[in-house]
Design a binder for this molecule. Structure first.
Ligand code: ATP
Ligand code: MG
Length: 365
């Protein structure tokens, strides 16, 4: 029987509350899917800082490196606002991303029919939407050197951030985009600003070359990132997989998030390079939302983003597409039946607790 190790890092705020519902789904899968899941739970973020004085320990990092996937809740909150910068809760997630070399960030934007009216756009524009934004996560202007603020001779200051991309970095993210598209609707839209940025020129050339050499069967289209942003809110259903750099991806994925309604619905995955020996990628799965300190401890957080993140782990780390479809289908069914956590409920409509939503999803599975 296939067996996988999951490292669960619930974190802070609502993290532990939504993780408890993922554990419910994992227990169900363990009992019913013919695949065995071994889980280990550890501290990250503020809760790790309180015990160990750091946002993630070396020990936890070792476990993460060895795990088949890391399932991450959320970190941070006002309690830790004053802790030193190097050990702030967010440092735990940044270290995981860096040490596991998670260069590919996948953010699906799916609009469940039952929630189409919660979008900021018209129902017809978003109903049935199912697109995937693929953001390069470890390069670009967020990391390029030089990165500094210098004081000039005349007393003025000068701030510099540098956009850097290498052929290798663009090739590996392009491959992920084409692979993902092959398993979906077979279309990739690459977005950059080649009209004003040298990195955009190289991005365009490298994506085109990878397409020609390795994925000619996939439809490829190029779009300037500003026009892409406009198209994303005009008619988002024209897209399948959008691949773009770290900065544009940060912005475009937040725009895509708002197409679908609630922050409590959106999962994400961050993938590393395939191991040359086994072909397995390091991977971390987490909801897009944060620790939501305002509702923490009340038992009302929406666990769907967290549970859908486990669904992505089934699809992308364990090759369990049918089980992933089962999870996604259960979420859609539960929503269609009218079950809502407080964030999704209309004024005056009854809402269920975090736990009741988790139970309803497992029951639907
Ligand atoms: P971060 O800095 O970690 O992104 P944040 O405070 O900017 O955190 P979130 O924690 O994502 O943002 O939450 C923003 C608001 O959205 C919360 O205050 C909360 O009311 C709501 N929210 C976020 N996630 C959920 C959820 N799973 N269920 C219900 N409401 C949520
Ligand atoms: Mg935020």
């Amino acid at each position: 029987m296939a067996s996988y190790n999951l490292l669960l890092l619930p974190g802070d705020g609502i993290g532990p509350e939504v993780m408890a519902e993922v554990e419910r789904v994992i227990r169900w899968l363990d009992a019913n899917s013919g695949v065995h899941f071994e889980t280990e739970t550890d501290l990250v973020g503020g809760s790790a800082y309180d015990v160990h004085g750091v946002a993630i320990t070396d020990e936890t990092m070792k476990t993460a490196m060895a795990a088949d996937a890391v399932i991450f809740g959320a970190v941070g909150g006002p309690k830790w606002d004053a802790v030193p910068y190097e050990v702030r809760p967010e440092a735990g997630l940044l270290r995981l991303r860096k040490d596991l070399e998670l260069f590919a960030n996948l953010r699906p934007a799916i609009c469940y029919p039952a929630l189409a009216d919660a979008s900021s756009l018209k129902r017809e524009v978003v109903e049935g939407l199912d697109i995937l934004i693929l953001r390069e996560l470890t390069g670009g202007v967020y990391f390029g050197e030089p990165k500094e603020i210098v004081t000039l001779e005349n007393g003025e200051k000068r701030a510099v951030d540098t956009q850097v991309y290498t052929t290798h970095e663009i090739e590996r993210i392009a491959r992920v985009a084409f692979e993902l598209a092959r398993a979906r609707r077979n279309k990739v839209t690459s977005m950059e600003k080649r009209n004003v940025m040298r990195s955009g020129v190289l991005w365009n050339q490298v994506v085109t070359a990878v397409h020609k050499a390795e994925y000619p069967d996939v439809q490829l289209e190029h779009m300037l990132a500003d026009a892409g942003g406009m198209q994303l809110v005009r008619w988002p259903k024209q897209f399948d997989v959008i691949v773009t750099d770290n900065l544009f991806g940060d912005m475009l994925s937040d725009v895509a998030a708002m197409l679908t309604g609630s922050l409590g619905m959106l999962p994400s995955a961050s993938l590393g390079a395939p191991d040359p020996a086994t072909g397995k990628r390091k991977a971390l799965y987490e909801p897009v939302h944060g620790s939501a300190p305002d509702i923490a401890g009340k038992g009302i957080a929406n666990p769907i983003a967290m549970i859908a993140s486990l669904g992505m782990a089934l699809r992308y780390s364990f090759d369990m597409g049918e089980a992933a479809d089962l999870v996604d289908g259960a979420i859609a069914d539960v929503l269609a039946s009218g079950t809502r956590t407080a964030d999704l409920a209309a004024k005056g409509q009854n809402s269920v607790s975090t736990r009741e939503m988790g139970e309803a999803i497992v029951k639907a599975m």
